[in-house]
Unconditional design. Sequence first.
Length: 443
Amino acid sequence: MRRIRPRRSPAVPLLVLAWLGVAAVMWLWWRNTPAVSSTAADWLVNAGRMTGLLAGYAIALVIAQMARVPALERRVGSDRVARWHATSGRYALVLTLAHVALILYGYALQSGTGVVPQTVTVVTGYPRMIEATAGTLMLLVVGLVSAGAVRRRVRYEIWYYLHLLTYAAVYLAFWHQLATGGEFVGDAAARAAWYALYATVGSLVLWYRVLTPVRLNIRHRMRVESVVEEAPGVVSVLIRGRRLHRLGAEAGHFFRWRFLTKGLRWSANPYSLSAPPRPDRLRITVKAAGGHSAALARLRPGTRVWAEGPYGAMTAARRSRGKVLLLAGGAGITPLRALFETLPGAPGDLTLLYRARTAEDLALRDELEAIADARGARLLYAVNRPDGRRPAITAKTLRRILPDIARHDVYLCGPPGLAEESYAALREAGVPDRRIHHESFEL
């Protein structure tokens, strides 16, 4: 325990690198713009060129963040990378629309025509503009279905497959950048750099989204072994395979699972390991919260499984202190149960606080109690009172349970409401942000 060395997240260096890329893109514009006229038309055209370059760069970041690169997924955290992806996507869409509007308006002023006739001229007369227009429309569709108000009303499978239009949109728009972009037409070095940028992110997608999952599933050949009911609406799925210890999975990791049976084969959902991985067996425990998760209770032994992973940063590598509090709510017990069994610690070092509506909803209760007895760990439940009132998790409560809570690492997993409430209480109780380890699996 004296040799605990937490694995540092590379998030800050990566963000700095991304902003350096922005600076490099702006330098590319400056390098190819010897002078800027004072006319409004030239100002608009140059602003359009800048937003176009930045949109192309932002789209490259969007694709890189979709590639599921293990160094990002396991070191930064899948939830944080997903937030970066969403933010980059919004920037890319706004910059693309700004590029289109500024360029067309600037060209219309330069030529003395209206915006509509100029748009027709550009789309039909400029090289690669038909493809770029189609790509822009696809990006608009993706942006529309990803907006919060729409996303909540669209089935996950529909959203997922429409989201894949991003790849087609990027392919169609890429050639327009090189064919008409003033920064690339006469600059071989700039073209080579742009090719290298997109070739790199394209290779990451091909390797980690296609080839790596194919190799994983051919090598390990996973199938459903059995399905066990753990609590009302909660089942464990035992998955058997070959040489599963070579997956590199740890307690706290999750996979994206696709079950090759009717109604499930076209969607892949993230579920955490609920037990330490074994050489021939993995286990996930899932609470019915939607069509996909509810259907897992009907899986039959022998069903083929297609998995991608492991992913996630909420593992023992994040730990920096000897004492640890695991704070779970609802289905959030899944990864914390595996950590409860495997995190190193002397008797009294580990505490698990499990929040549920009723005692019947405490999934894996027998296992948790057996682990607590074997390890000398503390296991505490927070269930609703008989009148339905829920016990609040406050800073005062946490200090009463653990007077030295400020010297703990905390692993937190549960529904968004519980996570926000618990995070605020932990900060008030004196736990630094860097020692609160949380990963959201909301789709």
